[in-house]
Design a protein around this ligand. Sequence first.
Ligand SMILES: [Ca+2]
Ligand SMILES: [Ca+2]
Ligand SMILES: [Ca+2]
Length: 231
Amino acid sequence: MKKHVGRPSNDELRSRKNKQILIIGVVAVSIFLIVLLFETGTLSNLMGNSVTDGNYKKIEEKAYEIGDVNKDGSINIMDVQSIGNYIVELEKYDDYQKILADVNKDGAVNTVDQTVLRKYISNYSSSSIGMQHHIGEKACLEGRPNNRGYCIRKIYIDSQILYGDVNSDGKVNIEDQTKLSRCIADVSGYSLNETEKKAADVNLDGEINIDDVTTLQKYFAGMIKKLPYNG
Ligand SMILES: [Ca+2]
Ligand SMILES: [Ca+2]
Ligand SMILES: [Ca+2]
């Protein structure tokens, strides 16, 4: 008998069909995995993200808008009052707040910024404010916000430091929390040396304040498993 050349046999057809099903299956699973990765990536970006890179850690932090000097997420009369307080030295600003308060970006925070911000929130049109301003623009302490509106900060985790050991006794316990609270409250007789200052900044934000006490409390309560912690 002559072999069919033009027409595939039933067996051939079946195996072709099986291959097609296999390929479709592989493609579908791949698409599912890509979508899954994308979704989880997007989710973590929305929530703020941190990536460990050796001893360096990159942290994404929310970028605030110029004008939102009290960093509460809205630009309103509270911010105008805050600038007033800053001008008469009733309030202290960190470097980031100084950027957020300098609404005309002339390098100084003064009554001009306060006036411009007051006019802005009183719904003056930009022409009647009579001054160029940057209110509402997102700003970072260093660099510019990324395309998702976050500031990127690179922090160094010192492997020689026992984070949380505020009294340098080689242990992290409630005594450290007590000492830290007293230092922040400026209780006399309580101070931190350079190593202790590093150990005390348990949330790695470059400052030693009540947030570190809170982080320590969470650590002792088991809500945080490891120090330093920057959630
Ligand atoms: Ca505000
Ligand atoms: Ca200014
Ligand atoms: Ca200790």
